[in-house]
Design a protein around this ligand. Structure first.
Ligand code: HMG
Ligand code: MG
Length: 313
């Protein structure tokens, strides 16, 4: 009885670009975000306020936020790992106004992130899962008090590159913690793309025993070519938010060998097919063009299979 409408969260400008070797100028990032918005996507991750020593590709997020178009009705979440990241966002507020409302900020949404294992959490954010939750709790509270929406991420929901198989009960616990600290939604990250429909099903069923499935999103990397199958598995279980990346860009800097997210074009192709049972917004032809354009900017191949097929047709 859930609606057929699938919400796409475009993560290419963040998850995509953060792991590309080429460092892209803020002006190209701005053009990417603007084009994705005009192609009809409603949620577009615009960058991260993380340490530039850890992820140099995301330096310049302030500049991107300042210069990109803010299309009404489109959300532009940014990743925030700690209080310092939130302060960096608040420093962009229009200081001519005494109001502390988020309407003066260049975005209305942040994303906070943690993991299902201490090993990954340490590699990614230099602290254990418990420490990261303790650090994020006040960040979420302050953000919400300023009128921001807060999205949560849990990484390594299937396997961890440092500690192996992950117990779905651990994913459930961490997801519940993020919901309890005020996240409107938690995205379940198969960071290294080792999930298959059977392991993804088990994991989602476990998490959905504690958190309404309407508050869950699927975030699948495509390392083993399973991402689109995992997306369809998540949809079949009632998940209605899918993270994807234009042209299949990216990976994760702290997951060696992991490839990019499932391509936005591939997800839309499956969903917009006649009688798929699902619907999603997004202009396929425009997105195909954007996938080729940004791949060219990066000097890499477009790895969206649907994108290539549309171009060849
Ligand atoms: P730390 O070294 O423990 O932090 O890093 P610290 O508080 O000790 O500070 C060390 C230095 O970093 C200081 O600078 C701070 O000012 C600075 P210094 O005095 O040495 O010059 N610093 C910051 N600078 C800018 N922005 C900040 C910030 N905080 C501290 N917010 C920290 C801890 C969390 C900062 C670091 O580990 C970090 O930035 N990690 C980010 C990792 C990251 O961005 N990973 C990728 C995103 S998550 C992901 O891709 C997974 C996902 O896609 C889902 C999935 O697929 O699984 C979401
Ligand atoms: Mg990711």
């Amino acid at each position: 009885t859930s609606s057929n409408l699938v919400r796409i969260v475009e993560v290419g400008p963040r998850d995509g670009l953060q792991n590309e070797k080429a460092v892209i100028s803020p002006s190209v990032k701005v053009e990417l975000i603007n084009r994705l918005g005009h192609a009809g996507l409603k949620s577009i991750e615009a960058g991260s306020f993380v340490s530039p020593k850890w992820v140099p590709q995301m330096a310049g997020t302030s500049e991107v936020l300042a210069h990109m178009e803010k299309i009404p009705g489109v959300h532009y979440p940014v990743l925030v790992p700690n209080q310092k990241g939130l302060e960096a966002l608040f420093s962009l507020s229009d200081s001519s106004s005494p109001s502390s409302s988020s309407s003066k900020l260049p975005t209305d949404e942040i994303a906070i992130f943690t993991a299902a294992t201490d090993e990954f959490s340490r590699a990614n954010t230099n602290c254990s899962v418990a420490e990261s939750l303790a650090r994020l709790r006040p960040v979420a509270a302050v953000a919400i008090a300023h009128g921001l929406r807060v999205r949560g991420y849990v990484s390594v929901v299937i396997t961890c590159p440092y500690s192996g198989k992950v117990d779905p009960r651990k994913v459930r616990e961490v997801t519940k913690e993020l919901i309890d600290m005020g996240c409107y939604e938690v995205s379940l990250g198969d960071t290294n793309g080792t999930g298959t429909p059977s392991t993804v099903r088990r994991m989602i069923e476990e998490v959905a025993s504690a958190v309404p499935v309407s508050k869950l999103a699927g975030h699948f990397h495509d390392t083993y070519g399973m991402a689109i199958a995992n997306v369809m598995t998540a949809l079949s279980l009632g998940v209605r938010t899918i993270d994807s990346s234009i042209g299949g860009l990216g990976g994760c800097p702290y997951s060696p060998g992991a490839t990019g997210n499932v391509a936005t074009e591939d997800v839309l192709h499956a969903i917009q097919a006649p009688d798929s049972g699902y619907e999603a917004e997004g202009d396929m032809n425009a997105l195909v063009d954007i996938g080729f354009w940004i791949s060219e900017q990066l000097g890499r191949d477009n790895v969206s299979r649907a994108g290539k097929a549309y171009r060849a047709a």
